[in-house]
Structure formats: C-alpha cells, structure tokens
Write a protein that binds this ligand. Structure first.
Ligand code: COA
Length: 259
C-alpha cells in the first residue's frame, strides 16, 4: 500500500512501527491520512510479516494533534457520515494483533481517540492528552465520547471533553489512561518490550482475551462470563494449549503455532 502520511518499519520480531509523519503540522490527520490508517489496520490481520503494531508520531513534539483543522472547513453533514476516522479507530480496536500507542507528545482530538482505541498506551514525559473539539464547534467523532468514558470513567471524560481539561503524562498513568511513562528517548524501546511480552501469548488465547476484554465494556456480566467460559473451552481444544502446558512442565519456552 502507498503511504504518504505514515512511515512503516517492521523489525526482525515482526513488530511494526507505524509513524504519523506530518511533523510540520504536528502529525494532524487529513482524510488521506485517516484512509491510510484504516487501510493499514484492515490489512494487518492478514499480514504474516506483522505480529504487533506500535503507533507513534514523527518528531519530538506530537503524537498526533488531531484532525487537520484546515480540512474541517470542507466538512459537511454528508461527508462526515462517511468519514474514515471512526472506521479507522474501530479497525485498530478490532485488530487481532497487539496494538500499542507510543504517545510522544500532544495526543489531541483524533490523536487521543487513536490512542484510546489501542490496547495499551505508553507515554513519554512530554505527552499530553486533550479533546478540544467542542471549542471548534464540533465534537470528538472517532470514538472519543465512548471509549474515553469507558477507559477513565464518565466524570473524567466529561472534564476532558466538556471542560477542556488536558491530561499530562504522569496523570495519564495515575488515572489508567496510560500504562507507563518513560523518557522520550526510551519510548520506542519500552513499547517494543511490551509488544514482545504480548507476543509471548498463544495467538488464539491473545485474540480471545482481547475480544473478551473489549466485550466487557458493553456486555452484561452473565453474558460476559458465558463468553469467557466458551472461549476457555475453545482454547482447551488447541495445539497451543498442549504446547503451553508441555513447555511449562519441560521448563522451556513455548513455541505456539496459533492452532
Ligand atoms: N490541524 C492542522 N494543523 C495543526 C494542527 C491540527 N490539528 N495542530 C497543529 N497544527 C499546525 C499549526 O497550525 C502550526 O502550523 P504553522 O506552523 O503552519 O502555523 C504547526 O502545526 C505547529 O503548531 P503550533 O500551534 O504552532 O504548536 P504549539 O506548540 O504552539 O501548540 C498545540 C501545540 C497542539 C497545543 C496546538 O497546535 C493546537 O491546539 N492544535 C490543535 C489541536 C486540536 O484542536 N485538535 C483537534 C482537532 S479536531
């Protein structure tokens, strides 16, 4: 796929770093950028060369400073209904492989929403999350009102979205918006270490757990527990379960095949 707004590198462990690359605009997302994000995540599930994805931003100042505000002038009700932005964040959320946001500065608007759709957020000390859309007369439209409320609670989400409160790195960790805060120059290596830990999981176990955890945000307890029971039963029929148990008993690392 052709990339004009992102850089893609894939290391020997299959960890892809997908970097928003418009540093002169603090990596703000125009329609083409949203389409590239959507296409990439639609294809990632099928790509054998990619085992995990880290999303980050080019430069030292911003992760992604939101939707490109100059492009907002062209927004109409009709083209907003078919916007790729909510589809892109949903594709991130539905990705069956680990997805980590390495938040290296401003994560405003759509940038905050992209980060919220990832499995984990690791932040550098200069990271700031914010959702200033209402000051532009619009609102967060890539999952912000929904995912943020579920991640940090509706009260804190209201502080951010309605009262314009920005959340800095340390506070993000303390409220559970981010899992870890590290110096900027170690951000990518910290994200890769976490990705490697996630890749130690059996792939079927990982995918089922990710879906169960996401479902826990909206499913009632009874349904969630039943889905969990069925999913555990599925894992108990896999070669990976046999391999994982044997590897433990033989005091060696498991070699999972995803079967
Ligand atoms: N869309 C388009 N351009 C953007 C942008 C965005 N979301 N965010 C930043 N930029 C551009 C600025 O216009 C500026 O361009 P210029 O040099 O051509 O004037 C450049 O990126 C640098 O930004 P600047 O505002 O000078 O940096 P700063 O350090 O003073 O402030 C922010 C950083 C993030 C606080 C500020 O840029 C900002 O508030 N951006 C908008 C965030 C936003 O509202 N996002 C949600 C959009 S729906």
């Amino acid at each position: 796929m052709e990339l004009n707004n992102f850089l893609l590198s894939i290391d020997e462990d299959g960890i892809a770093v997908f970097t928003a690359n418009r540093p002169e605009k603090l990596n703000a997302m125009d329609a083409t950028a949203w389409h590239e994000l959507l296409t990439f995540f639609t294809q990632v599930n099928e790509r054998p060369d990619v085992h995990a994805v880290i999303i980050t931003g080019a430069g030292e100042k911003a992760f992604i400073a939101g939707a490109d505000i100059s492009a907002l002038r062209e927004k109409t009700p009709a083209n907003t209904l078919s916007s790729p932005a909510p589809l892109a964040t949903r594709a991130i959320e539905l990705c069956c492989k680990p997805v980590i946001a390495a938040v290296n500065g401003y994560a405003f608007g759509g940038g905050c929403e992209i980060a919220a759709a990832c499995d984990l957020r690791i932040v550098s000390e200069n990271a700031v999350f914010g959702l200033p859309e209402v000051t532009l007369g619009i609102l967060p439209g890539a999952g912000g009102t929904q995912r943020l409320a579920k991640l940090i609670g509706v009260g804190r989400a209201k502080e951010m979205i309605l009262a314009g409160k920005n959340i800095k790195a340390q506070e993000a960790v303390s409220i559970g918006l981010a899992s870890q805060c590290v110096p900027l120059d170690t951000l990518l290596s910290a994200a890769k270490q976490t990705a490697k830990r996630m890749l130690a999981a059996g792939p079927i176990s990982f995918q089922l757990c990710k879906k169960l955890l996401d479902a826990s945000m909206s499913a009632d307890l009874e349904s969630g527990l039943w889905m969990e029971c069925l999913s555990l039963a599925v894992t108990c029929g896999t070669q990976d379960k046999h391999e994982g148990v044997q590897a433990f008993l033989e005091k060696r690392l498991a070699s999972f095949q995803g079967k």
